[in-house]
Design a binder for this molecule. Structure first.
Ligand SMILES: *Cc1c(COP(=O)(O)O)cnc(C)c1O
Length: 377
């Protein structure tokens, strides 16, 4: 092929990662925990303007620990946005609880606040109890209607755990995603906005609860001279080497976020005259997505499917991806309660994620956008 492969969201190193890793090696900090974990946590706290971030081995681990700390247990129900990655809801099942899925609204593709309220009221009527937690997701970086979601959840005194795995740097109403809920989860997987090669973080309400999170993340070992356990723990802390990579990535986080936003603007401009395609945008000026991935929706009247476009682009050496297939349409969750009118299913049927990695050049983005236009000609 003439062109190098354009990937969806490739790792984009800053060049300073090696410096932090060398520091760690020089002092034999090649262990779980260490000074780079502390530094990484403090830098995330400063960036987000919060007090208590706990670095963990994965975003999934962060969601799991958040549920543990909210006291979710066997027999409980937890409401989760249906349209998301399975990692948002699998930890509900790890706890022996039942996920209750809620549909999306069209503006943000995230949890529909009206459907959320319906689900809460309905579950109380059917089971006699309120769900134990609500997990909204800021999909592709787009903030959910988090003000409405928090307001509804607090009416029923249900805590919110934000899945901000894709939304580091996104803001709603001038406030960073991940700072609205009682807890929030971040991910530093290889394809996310910044990476630690693999890792995550739990944003906690205060230092005491962050201490509890660290306790559970290190096998729930009580403070005694011998190993003594009163509860079940996990091995969920981040390795110091991974955190060193994270420190190198924090050096460029602000640049990475602005580059993804610029890529979104480029797509929007080039595809403005392609009437079969709508580029997802911030619904109004309270929303400020990091545009981790730019997504498009294909006009059903074009009689083209996102899968046809995906294959066409793949033949041009361009990677794209269908949207997250909603959880209520996944065989493993067929039995779980679901509240909605399949808005998310229709979004899935017509949507596609475009290459959006911050290492892509303006030329790369033009090439993708021009190929899309050619496809519809
Ligand atoms: C990536 C991701 C996670 C999980 O993060 P890992 O670090 O891969 O465990 C959770 N939720 C969403 C929406 C994600 O995109």
């Amino acid at each position: 092929m003439d062109f190098e492969r354009i990937m969806l969201s490739r790792v984009h190193l800053s060049g300073t990662e090696q410096k932090y890793i060398n520091e760690a090696f020089a002092d034999d900090w090649v262990v779980p925990l260490g000074p780079h974990v502390d530094e990484f946590e403090h830098r995330l706290e400063r960036y987000l303007g919060v007090q208590s971030v706990v670095a963990l081995s994965a975003g999934t681990a962060a969601i799991h620990l958040g549920l543990v700390l909210l006291g979710v247990e066997r027999g409980d129900e937890v409401i989760c946005q249906s349209m998301t990655f399975a990692a948002s809801c699998n930890p509900i099942v790890y706890q022996g609880a039942t996920p209750v899925f809620v549909d999306s609204e069209r503006d943000t593709m995230n949890m529909d606040p009206a459907m959320l309220e319906r689900a809460i009221v309905e579950r109380k009527r059917i089971t006699g109890r309120y769900p134990k937690a609500v997990i909204p997701v800021h999909l592709y970086g787009m903030p959910a209607k988090i003000d409405e979601i928090i307001s509804i959840a607090s009416t029923y005194e249900i805590p919110v755990l934000e899945d901000a795995a894709e939304a580091l740097g996104s803001e709603f109403d001038g406030r960073k995603c991940g700072t609205f809920g009682t807890f929030a989860a971040l991910s530093f997987n290889g394809n996310k906005i910044i990476t630690t090669s693999g890792g995550g973080a739990l944003i906690c309400p205060d230092a005491e609860i962050a201490g509890r999170a660290k306790f559970y993340a290190t096998q729930a070992r009580e403070n005694r001279p011998y190993y003594y356990h009163e509860t079940i723990g996990y091995n969920y802390r981040l390795s110091n080497i991974s955190a060193a990579i994270g420190c190198g990535q924090m050096d460029v986080l602000a640049d990475r976020v602005s580059r993804r936003r610029l890529i979104h603007d480029l797509y929007k401009n080039i595809l403005a005259d392609c009437r079969q395609v709508v580029v997802q945008d911030n619904p109004d000026d309270r929303f400020d997505s990091n545009f981790w991935l730019t997504t498009i929706s294909i006009d059903p009247d074009s009689h083209k499917s996102p899968e046809e476009l995906r294959q066409y682009l793949a033949a041009e050496n361009i990677e794209s991806r269908l949207l997250w297939r909603p959880m209520h349409l996944q065989p493993v969750f067929f039995d779980a309660p679901y509240y909605g009118e399949n808005v998310s299913g229709r979004l899935f049927d017509h949507g596609l994620c475009l290459p959006s990695g911050s290492s892509l050049s303006d030329d790369d983005i033009s090439r993708v956008a021009e190929r899309i236009k050619k496809f519809f000609k």
